[in-house]
Design a protein around this ligand. Sequence first.
Ligand code: FAD
Length: 564
Amino acid sequence: MRADPTHVETDVLVIGSGGAGMYAAIEAARAGAGVFLADRSLIGRGGATVMAQMTVAVALVAETPDHWSHHLADTIRAGRGLTDARLAHLLCEEGPDCIREMDTWGVGWARRDGHISQAMAPGHDRPRCAYVDFLNTGPAVSKTLRTVVNRTGGIRKAGDLMIVDLVRRDGEVSGAVALHLATGAPVTIAAKATIVATGGLTRLYRRNSASANMGGDGYALALRAGAPLVDMEFVQFFPIGHLAPRLIGMDPIMWDPFRYKLGGRLLNAGREEFTARYGTPEDGRYVVTRDLATYAIIKEVEAGRGSPHGGAYLSFEHCSAEALRQAFGPVIDRLAANKIDLTKMPVEVAPIAHYHMGGVATNVRMETEVPGLFVAGEAVGGANGANRLSGNAITEALAFGRRAGRSAAERACGARQAFRAADARAAIDLVTADGSGAELNTAAMIQTLQAAMADDVGPFRTQAKLERAVGVIDRLTAALGERPAGDSGAFDMRRIEWLDLRNMLLVARVVATTALRRTESRGAHQREDFSEMVPEWQVNQTVRMRDRRIALASVPVMVEVAAQ
Ligand SMILES: Cc1cc2nc3c(=O)[nH]c(=O)nc-3n(C[C@H](O)[C@H](O)[C@H](O)COP(=O)(O)OP(=O)(O)OC[C@H]3O[C@@H](n4cnc5c(N)ncnc54)[C@H](O)[C@@H]3O)c2cc1C
């Protein structure tokens, strides 16, 4: 017989310790709230933030004259008519302040002539992207926030703690139930306010830039707790994600900045540049847009002209060793440690799932429709519409995290705990149940789902492909059943993967069915059977859970820039 769950009480529970979660924890603590910061990985090392090695978009007015309203105009343009202007406004106006605060915390933004340097990136009308040099942006952001979390009083931290479900009382979120991965034990957390900062969903796809923890947990937690999701059909693919040879300890989207510096050649199996076939010749320069590069690589592979692992070659072999050393800096040594010598060999690249524009619907206080539930970072939907601008994701993590922390603290201070153990019973049962005898191969099921999502819910979709994916999701959902596999021992992967699949299948269904319903092409959602952007579809799709089924609806886009 198991002992009662370990019980924790806090003012503010923050789920996820990426950029958004850590900034939220710091801000909530500064506002006087007691904070419990939980992550299924190590604190500050689990999700996308620590992996992001490139840039952060903000109108700092450091490199050139700029204003947050110009950044906002670019963000709204990139979103192809679907951007939630209230959230984009918050991102663009408050981003610079967060970046300057990070500067005072010693993040080490690259500087030129005494000011923070800002690079040009696609879709921005001027140099606007701050960075920590030589691919160190995300690691430096994470390390800085970890340091500030550690020195800020009032924040308790718990790694290896996977939140399994939110707990509700009378329609309000009153806390959560977690699985402590290292012991297999259940943990209940009573919280006056809860912030979902769990990042994105790109683990749903076979090829992705994600860490293992990015299976869309937060979307599933919020949906089951009654909060609507928005824009879930918009998954951003990055065209030249690293494919081969094996590359350890590096960002899989690392090649882009070097393409800017050196050009580089995208080649097919016959070692020919091929983008001209799709409308844009490159001739060793870097001019092809991300959507066209994605399309061109996928079509070359389909035509049997792909590289051995199913992508394209990216070659810098025409560049001198000196030019490579100057452009890549110490990165050239990290590549050498991976046995990659760019003077002698190309690498293979392919489109990979990289970021999710959709997420939990929220207002500018980062409150969801469910009282007590807040959201921050990539888990938020709407700020980037149908397509995200380069560099906006870290900015939204910081700006939304800070706002969510403040709002959650305001709710929590003076409030009473509403948590009751009885409301947590069903979730505790999932954590503690003895596994059924069914021989589920959960690892193989995850691979099947990832293949279906990559093949049929990828960058280019059709009704037939999307329906096939929904069929796979139906079959896997039926096979998964209601009773968890595995047991409640320490690090039982079958139990963990069963819980992962429960979330991944729900979220995959949401992505596939919203994509099926949107019969047009817009931004990151490209339908080969509906190739035009249709004015009637300038609406956001929302998804709610009703009677354990998902319900889709269209709602007008929030176009008004509200007072913050
Ligand atoms: C390789 C890569 C490179 C990128 N480069 C850039 C870039 O240069 N510029 C840019 O703007 N953006 C970039 N992005 C996107 C950007 O990094 C992310 O959108 C952003 O960092 C997300 O921050 P976050 O705090 O919302 O989530 P994350 O940093 O992903 O953190 C989420 C945390 O939640 C935890 N978690 C998840 N589920 C649970 C659960 N059930 N219980 C407990 N904890 C949970 C995870 O372990 C993780 O620690 C990149 C992304 C990747 C993957």
